[in-house]
Design a protein around this ligand. Structure first.
Ligand SMILES: Cc1ncc(C[n+]2csc(CCOP(=O)(O)OP(=O)(O)O)c2C)c(N)n1
Ligand code: SF4
Ligand SMILES: [Mg+2]
Length: 290
């Protein structure tokens, strides 16, 4: 049994350098609180991120952290989890990191069901590189790279991960700190791949209706609509409103979570250790016979 760990026990001495008012401050606070509620000590946790404003998160915690390459957080996190399945592995990053350059990794981490928690700070722009279009930017958004307005349809992250079969899918906003904290905690506790799309406002490059005040007015908790999170079809239907409605809460939680990839790999290792030792030449022989 671990001694009680307060939110501040997860806070590193490094001071965040985000713009004053950035939504990522709220996400970080909620994360400290959620980790305290889960109670795993910092040395049992690893934060993996790519590159972006939001991807700075690992440096602001006392857990292990790896600020990797743009778009490569998910494959590295899978490696970390497989090498040490006892670690609690949390992936944090932006909409650009996760759904443009890193988008090709999303289906595979989901179909494998690696036990990771993926927190995407979806601010609909590339914040770090000064506000270019991101894959979730709404059509018509004017940015430095689209001065006359974006011509592209945005990706819908909720629908994307649900369609690939993610077992836990939720959406949060820093406009509701207790709600966001509870969702992050629930995602961490879910036994399998979990995804939280956090509408985290970019105060410097984001649109007016994407700021905290607007979120407060727009957000609609799914629980108040009577949504049953075990109903995958209803979740898919509600997720279609991404970009129009700001639903918060759990869209989908698989009531019968399948085995995780990390657990299956561990099981396979045990089976192999029990059997006849396999030499490299035996594996090569298999190719020669084919
Ligand atoms: C391979 C590679 N391509 C491009 C970049 C430049 N780059 C750094 S962060 C970033 C986008 C960040 O946007 P997002 O992931 O949404 O994070 P945010 O800053 O908005 O939190 C880009 C294009 C890079 N670092 N590496
Ligand atoms: S540029 Fe936007 S996302 Fe980056 S720190 Fe500033 S407000 Fe936050
Ligand atoms: Mg972004």
């Amino acid at each position: 049994m671990n001694a009680f760990l307060a939110p501040n026990d997860y806070k590193s001495p490094l001071k965040p350098i985000w713009c004053p008012g950035c939504g990522d401050y709220g996400v970080l606070q909620a994360l400290y609180r959620a980790l305290s509620a889960v109670g795993r000590p910092p040395h049992e946790i690893a934060f993996i991120s790519g590159i972006g404003c939001s991807s700075r998160i690992p440096g602001y915690t006392t857990a292990y952290g790896f600020n990797t390459l743009h778009g490569r957080a998910l494959p590295i996190a899978q490696g970390v989890k497989l090498a040490n399945p006892d670690l609690l592995v949390i992936v944090a990053g932006g909409d650009g990191d996760g759904f443009s350059i890193g988008g090709g990794h999303v289906p595979h981490v989901i179909r494998r069901n690696v036990d990771l928690t993926y927190l995407v700070m979806d601010n609909q722009v590339y914040g770090l590189t000064k506000g270019q279009l991101s894959p979730t930017s709404p059509r018509g958004l004017k940015t430095v790279t689209s001065p006359m307005g974006s011509l592209e349809q945005p990706i819908n992250p909720l629908l994307t991960v649900l369609a690939y079969g993610a077992g836990f899918v939720a959406q949060a906003t820093p406009a509701d700190m207790p709600g966001m904290t509870a969702l992050i905690e629930e995602a961490i506790r879910y036994p399998g791949f979990s995804f939280v799309n956090i509408q985290s406002p970019c105060i410097t490059f984001g649109e007016e209706d994407q700021q905290l005040k607007a979120h407060k007015a727009r957000m609609k908790p799914l629980a108040s609509l009577g949504h049953d999170p075990a109903n995958q079809l209803a979740a898919l239907d509600l997720a279609r409103a991404y970009g129009t409605e700001l639903y918060t809460g759990v869209f989908y939680r698989n009531p019968s979570p399948p085995p995780t990839y990390d657990a299956l790999v561990r099981q396979r290792q045990v089976e192999l250790q029990k059997g006849e030792p396999r030499s490299r030449s035996r594996v090569l022989d298999g190719y020669l016979k084919a």
